[in-house]
Design a protein around this ligand. Structure first.
Ligand SMILES: O=C(CO)[C@H](O)[C@H](O)COP(=O)(O)O
Ligand SMILES: [Fe+2]
Length: 223
């Protein structure tokens, strides 16, 4: 079984003091940094690129940086993120003309590779590529914005993908992203997730350590 990972999405951090925000959330018990890259093309929002990832590394961040690319086309930016210090790079199949090629490109760049399924993307997109992945990321909101509500059908999808991963016999992480809170994370963990992105639930809380501890305790109760 994969260890539990809490990955705060810096989309909801205060960008005017990003280094300090990332330091604080890691000190508060976060395991990874979830780094949302939006291009105002694949999704209707524009955020941050490789320079910011590199700046976090230069600032001294050593935790895994989990880059979620909402960028189309995706291949051209992959080597830039690898050079900038990304640990994992995930992308949406709709943003790649050749999904298998993009997975291989990410791995050849020295990063772990993840595929992201939107709420309406069928799980069959994982056929023929699942065993090459290090991570499957299920979106429980439509990509583009933080602070949206968890879409309940993601629970059934988690159960289905959990079964696919278990049958593969490979050590593939199952990550969930969107609307994850301390009060729904137990149900999400019970459905099969091991890696939990949470943006607004952590960065809008007055005490990061308190909310992360509550999330970890809720997950520990069911895994
Ligand atoms: O990829 C994303 C949006 O496209 C974010 O990671 C996600 O929405 C996290 O924010 P929140 O926990 O507030 O829903
Ligand atoms: Fe994300």
């Amino acid at each position: 079984m994969q260890s539990t990972v809490i990955a705060p999405s810096i989309l909801s951090a205060n960008f005017a003091r990003l280094g300090e925000e990332v330091d604080n959330v890691l000190k508060a018990g976060a395991d990874w940094v979830h780094f949302d890259v939006m291009d105002n093309h694949y999704v209707p929002n524009l955020t941050i690129g490789p320079m910011v990832c590199e700046a976090l590394r230069k600032h001294g961040v050593t935790a895994p940086i989990d880059v979620h690319l909402m960028v189309e086309p995706v291949d051209r930016i992959v080597p830039d993120f690898a050079k900038a210090g990304a640990s994992l790079i995930s992308f949406h199949p709709e943003a790649s003309a050749h999904v298998h090629r993009t997975v291989q490109l990410i791995k050849a760049s020295g990063c772990q590779a993840g595929l992201v399924l939107n709420p309406a993307t069928p799980v069959e997109v994982l056929d023929y590529v699942l065993e090459d992945l290090d991570l499957v990321l299920l979106m429980s909101v439509n990509p583009g914005f933080g602070g949206q509500s968890f879409i309940p059908s993601a629970l059934d999808k988690l159960r289905r993908v959990r079964g696919m991963i278990d049958r593969s016999g490979k050590a593939i992480r199952l990550e969930i992203d969107g609307g994850v809170k301390a009060d729904n994370i137990a149900d999400i963990a019970a459905a099969g997730a091991d890696t939990f992105v949470a943006g607004s639930a952590i960065f809008n809380a007055p005490d990061y350590a308190d909310v992360i501890a509550k999330m970890k305790a809720a997950v520990a109760g069911v895994r």
